[in-house]
Design a protein around this ligand. Structure first.
Ligand SMILES: C[S@@+](CC[C@H](N)C(=O)[O-])C[C@H]1O[C@@H](n2cnc3c(N)ncnc32)[C@H](O)[C@@H]1O
Length: 271
């Protein structure tokens, strides 16, 4: 199957499907990327066209295959200690934290887990064995499965400060040479769950800080506003929202004030 074999109509159908499932509007420029990512499934299912594939995954009982399509169409790039300025700021904030409880942090588009495990390392530094936890979620079950294994190629940790790497990661040996495993005690503090940002969110308790980095970029402004509204229901008044440095909430929500580049304070939520 050649990437060009996706017709204009088929691309439109897949675009509508993915937007319905994830809220992401794929631009025309992603046409060959889409066909490249899905071609393997067409082959595995012995289907002759993207139209047949779409018809197949939308049938009742094909939820797993449908989830696989969503997984394949999401972009999951991430690594440990990505955008380090955020972590420098967070480290200072945690060191001065005056609440009687450690803050609850939610990594709301966590991909394969590098971001929530980075957060867990900083929480462990600040709060040690006191009670604390990190919530982490993503729409893709494939990346969540990978996050739960807590096993990563060392190349993903190039930006991670050496002291954190040494203290919280086990270096693989033998068949695991070139890999790191996140310390078991940290793994136990990170709870992974599948969540779709497009849906109204509910958590057992409101969180102090949300990391929503490098995902807003994929949505149009109207959808960004829906997502912020969904998430802010779970954020404490004055809670913090970290977004990616290439993203902005300007003109999207008047319930957040800018504190620093890519960092906002939630000003709503008081009832
Ligand atoms: C580029 S990664 C960002 C990972 C991490 N936050 C970082 O900054 O390194 C974007 C993640 O958003 C997830 N995502 C996309 N649409 C989503 C949705 N509607 N609900 C939840 N997660 C979504 C993707 O599956 C992907 O893993």
């Amino acid at each position: 199957m050649h990437a060009d074999l996706i017709s204009h109509d088929e691309f439109e159908q897949i675009r509508r499907f993915f937007q319905h499932e994830s809220g992401i509007a794929l631009p025309d420029t992603k046409r060959s990327l889409v066909s490249g990512r899905l071609t393997g499934r067409l082959r595995a299912l012995k289907l002759g066209s993207f139209a047949e594939y779409l018809h197949f995954i939308l049938q009742p009982g094909q939820e797993l295959e449908k989830q696989m399509a969503v997984d394949l169409l999401t972009t999951n790039e991430t690594y440990f200690y990505r955008e380090p300025k955020h972590f420098t700021y967070l480290q200072a904030l945690l060191a001065e934290w005056s609440g009687d409880k450690a803050p609850l942090i939610w990594s709301a588009a966590c991909s394969s887990g590098e971001e929530p495990y980075t957060l867990a390392m900083l929480m462990a530094e600040a709060f040690g064995s006191r009670p604390w936890q990190i919530l982490a979620s993503d729409i893709s079950t494939r990346v969540l499965e990978s996050a739960r294994t807590a096993l990563y190629p060392l190349t993903r940790a190039k930006e991670l400060p050496q002291p954190l790497l040494k203290k919280y990661c086990l270096k693989g040996k033998g068949e695991y040479d070139g890999y790191l495993l996140i310390d078991e005690k940290l793994q136990q503090r990170v709870q992974f769950a599948q969540r779709n940002l497009m849906e109204p969110q509910r958590l057992d308790s409101k969180v102090d800080i949300i990391f929503l980095r490098n995902v807003l970029i994929y949505f149009d402004n109207k959808t960004k506003a829906v997502i912020l509204n969904n998430l802010s229901r779970c954020l404490k008044p004055d809670g913090l929202m970290f977004i990616g440095h290439s993203e902005s909430l300007h003109g999207i929500s008047d319930q957040f004030v800018s504190l620093k580049p890519a960092l906002y304070r939630f000003t709503g939520g008081r009832t």
